[in-house]
Ligand binder design. Structure first.
Ligand code: APR
Length: 228
């Protein structure tokens, strides 16, 4: 079975109603990144950081996967599919994708500030005073600016094995995630779907300047036809 790796960013969830980060009116517009998404911000104002993620979590529970998330699931009919997402939402899982790696963590999980391996599901608000079993404050299970990306080596290994790489809705501004594209074998076919693509077409790179809800189902139909 041929292996498709799908690398997604905030753009794939935009049409579900979740703001991207860097578009005009993006999530960072109204927020100082270092205040709400860095270890320093957490030290300075834990309550503010918790509120920021509480709002994100609340909203996530009101939205649904869109046709782009659903189309990726269809690829599993004929391909081995690995989704590597920069998103902290669970829309790929809710759509039905069976193999999802989260590079930047998961909004519906929290972890201990004492032991980073102590991770638990969390669907309600997280507040100061919510402690782990060792009596240390719980924090969102997300990767903040300046922090290590523990899932990167896993994602790189997956990407190395791709026969086809599909990149959807990411500005490719944030490393190391953006470097994943460098891990594909030579000759791997790459498709990039984004209304404002940040990479140029090349011999192995097809750029599809469309919204995910249009571009992804079309590409998936093509890829499913190829194998019949
Ligand atoms: N369909 C597809 N792509 C879209 C759509 C859409 N409907 N709407 C916007 N986009 C594209 C934008 O053109 C842009 O290229 O989504 C991309 C969003 O880019 P960013 O906001 O930079 O999001 P992302 O690349 O996922 O950010 C990476 O940075 O802030 C951190 O940790 C955060 O995981 C995030 C990382």
């Amino acid at each position: 079975m041929r292996h498709i790796v799908v690398l997604t960013g905030a753009g794939i969830s935009a049409e579900s109603g979740i703001k991207t980060f860097r578009d005009a009116d993006g999530l960072w517009e109204g927020h100082d990144i270092m205040e709400v998404a860095s270890p320093q911000g957490w030290e300075r104002n834990t309550k503010k950081v918790l509120q920021f993620y509480n709002e994100r979590r609340k909203q996530l529970l009101t939205v649904e996967p869109n046709p782009a998330h659903l189309a990726i699931v269809k690829l599993e009919e004929k391909y081995k599919v690995s989704v590597v997402t920069q998103n902290i939402d669970d829309l790929h899982e809710r759509a039905g994708s069976t193999n999802v790696t989260h590079l930047h963590g998961e909004l519906l999980k929290v972890r201990s500030t004492f032991n980073e391996n102590l991770v638990m599901d969390w669907r309600s608000d997280l507040n100061p005073g919510d402690f782990c079993e060792h009596n240390f404050q719980l924090r969102p299970h997300v990767v903040w600016f300046g922090e290590a990306v523990p899932m990167f080596p896993v994602a790189a290994e997956i990407t190395e094995k791709a026969d086809i790489l599909i990149i959807i809705g990411t500005s490719l501004q944030v490393y190391p995630a953006a470097a994943l594209i460098d891990f594909v074998k030579q000759g791997t076919k790459i498709y990039f779907i984004d209304p404002k693509p940040t990479i140029s077409p090349g011999p192995d790179i097809t750029v599809i300047s469309e919204k995910a809800s249009v571009g992804v189902p079309n590409l998936v139909d093509q890829l499913l036809e190829i194998t019949t």
